[in-house]
Design a protein around this ligand. Structure first.
Ligand code: SF4
Length: 430
């Protein structure tokens, strides 16, 4: 059959994997980041809630027959099928069912939702046993893609031991870690390199959980990084996300010796109270220690922070500012708490009063002339603060100021739209 896989804007790793499975079944598969037509079946791979509101994606699903949508947003299939005229949403992992879906439709398959006689029929997902898969379908222009500095993020494992309230990973993939074999990952990366892909990032929730069984299996991660580095060169390999309680000297030394030498910790906040509410399972002190250890071993440390979490007070926020000063990170990412569908945070936002959510509060402080909401003001302030706390601070040029301003406004507007969408489907999300 002729199958079009559309991964709007960015090739998701999942879209490449499903493309490979269908190619090996003998289908004629075309994969694209922009709309294409002519296939007998269209698969659309989404990576964010906001894509459901994108007119170009709504248009994609309208006039076609047999359109199936996949991606984390399908955790709430009523929302996907309510916003897009798709024929089915794939709620679970797609690898085992994609061939049957394309060849015979969604009826009777696990982990799909589709309309029948005006109602939505859903079947529970069935987790796949082995994550090893055939070579992905690697499009010509993957080598030109740039996702935070990498051409592609490849998945090495699924699941997370953590239960952070704002994260979809445990809900989507569970809290048992399933890892690919090292050889399966290496084979894929060799093929990507042969086709011109140079920069690869390995991910899967939190990098150091690769190979985890009964305890942190550092040897598996170290062996993986060392082998990938031999193929790609250390300048082209990154391991973005780590939990602060799942790194030690050996893991950090491997990051230093086999990758670009950066680690990114999900630090989230400097407020012990908010960290507990986020069910992060670590303390502020754990974060401090991990950053110090990384730096002492010559690894550059970045950190991500979340502002505007429900009930976050000005005092909580000031603790985050102080934490940032102490840790002097080489880079920081700041985001406003986003209630991603299927997370406890989304449920909390839907059941909290508006006064508890900084994104709904008018900002009356230092940045009131910018007409920010409180969460936006904190986001902007922390971004500026992050610059001044770097070991080598950058001068705050007008250009940088405006870039942070624009980023803050985009985040605020996007999350407000997500909240409105959640409100519309609240019955299905609670
Ligand atoms: S540690 Fe990271 S991947 Fe795991 S639940 Fe928390 S945020 Fe998600």
């Amino acid at each position: 059959m002729k199958v079009d896989i559309i991964s709007p804007g960015t090739y998701t790793y999942g879209s490449l994997v499903l493309g490979g499975i269908l190619r090996d079944r003998g289908h004629q598969v075309r994969i694209s980041r922009t709309p294409v037509s002519g296939g007998e079946v269209t698969l659309i791979s989404l990576y964010s809630t906001l894509q459901l509101l994108d007119p170009s994606i709504k248009e994609l699903t309208g006039p076609r027959d047999r359109v199936y949508v996949g991606g984390p947003v399908c955790i709430c299939p009523e929302m996907v099928l309510g916003e897009l005229s798709a024929d089915a949403a794939v709620v679970g992992e797609g690898e085992d069912i994609v061939a049957s879906l394309v060849e015979s439709g969604p009826e009777g398959l696990p982990g799909v939702a589709y309309r029948e006689d005006g109602r939505i029929v859903k079947s529970p997902p069935k987790p796949i046993m082995s994550l090893d898969h055939p070579l992905p379908l690697i499009p010509e222009d993957l080598k030109q893609q740039n996702v935070r500095g990498a051409n592609v993020y490849i998945e090495t494992h699924r699941g997370c031991l953590g239960g952070c309230t704002f994260c979809q990973v445990p809900r989507l993939f569970g809290r048992t870690i399933r890892s690919r074999s090292i050889e399966n990952v290496l084979e894929e990366v060799r093929e990507m390199k042969r086709l011109g892909v140079r920069r690869v990032s390995v991910s899967g929730g939190t990098g150091s959980l690769f190979g985890y069984r009964s305890q942190l299996n550092k040897d598996a991660l170290i062996e993986l990084l060392s082998s990938l580095s031999e193929i790609l060169g250390k300048r082209n390999l990154s391991v973005p996300d780590m939990r602060v309680d799942l790194v030690d000297e050996e893991v950090l030394e491997a990051i230093r010796d086999y990758t670009i030498g950066w680690v990114f910790f999900g630090l989230e906040t400097g407020s012990e109270r908010i960290l507990k509410m986020m069910r992060k399972g670590v303390s502020v002190e754990d974060g401090r220690r991990a950053v110090e250890l990384a730096k002492s071993l010559g690894v550059k440390a970045g950190g991500s922070f979340i502002v505007g979490y429900p009930t976050e007070s000005r005092e909580d926020f000031e603790e985050t500012m102080a934490f940032m000063e102490e840790t002097m990170l080489d880079d920081v990412f700041v985001s406003i708490a986003e209630p991603i569908p299927g997370t406890s945070l989304a449920e909390q936002v839907l059941t909290s009063s508006r006064e508890e959510i900084p994104l709904f509060q008018e900002h009356r402080g230092e940045y009131s002339s910018l007409k920010f909401l409180e969460a936006e003001a904190r986001c902007f302030e922390l971004m500026l603060h992050g610059e001044s706390c770097k070991p080598i601070p950058r001068a705050l040029s007008g250009e940088l100021y405006n870039a942070y301003l624009a980023e803050t406004r985009t985040q605020g507007a996007d999350i407000s739209r997500v909240m409105a969408l959640l409100e519309k489907y609240r019955n299905h999300l609670l």
